[in-house]
Design a protein around this ligand. Sequence first.
Ligand code: BDP
Length: 324
Amino acid sequence: MTYIKTLGAALLASVAMASAATACEITFRSSDTHPDGYPTVAAVNAMGDMLEERSDGRLCIEVFHSAQLGEEKDTIEQTQFGVIDMNRVSLGPFNNIIEETQIPSLPYIFRSTEHMHNVMDGPVGQQILDAFSDHDLVGLAFYDGGSRSFYNSERPITSIEDLEGLKFRVMQSDMFVDMVAALGANATPMPYGEVYSSIQTGVIDGAENNWPSYDSSGHFEVAQYYTLDQHLIVPEVLVMAKSTFDALSPEDQELVRQAARDSVPVMRELWAEREAESEARVAGVEVISDIDKTPFIEAMVPVYEKYVTSPVLQQMVLDILATE
Ligand code: BDP
């Protein structure tokens, strides 16, 4: 009898747990290439907590971190098909699909992180978020991606001449291939997850990224020269599959949009902390911070000429330059 009672109690407990776990009516599956605890993952989790609370537990988010659902280029396609509900990615892999995303991905377009925030929080940012709707996606919010600099396993880069002949991995964006070529080096677009072993085996000499990615990916272990040329400040974006979004009531759509917006300040705070932590953590690498950026900036003219073609894109650049 006691045995039966114990069994019954255990059964009841597991049923209660299961129903608590299934209280969510809808759970959005969200993809991220970064590991658990990384600021982007933490920010989408924070958005999920807000959404769950504001919808009385009906709407939830489950973040599949560490590229569990695939590399960015593939997960973007799956999000367009509605197989994945949400995706947090860099704007880089969108460049070949949505031309407006090329503009904030242009080298040296932003003067500082603050400038980037002012632009992405303003009308140009909204214009870019709106552009996703023609591509089966809903643009929800922009996150920080720090500034990206070159690192390699061969030699310290102290001037543009030192880049010559080196082979760098870039995100899957034609514009970044041209950016590296304009600097006199060679570029290979490849998924983020392949970079570590490609540097290790000498397929490439290095890559380019921000402090937190250089740190969390372990790239600093195989490419110990990091040059603070800060050629890109590419924002990251959080998108939802249009089919997932359209299936929601207008009230729930607004809850999703608002929770995404409210996750932005959370992300920015986590990001600033993480940048400082990562910079300190990779302290063993050789950091070249005394570098004249002027030749790098001047070398970018052909990239602007090739990619800022239509009057709409030209106006976006002018609007960015005119933003404080
Ligand atoms: C990181 C971005 C991530 C990109 C990665 C990359 O946060 O979205 O996948 O760079 O270089 O900084 O591919």
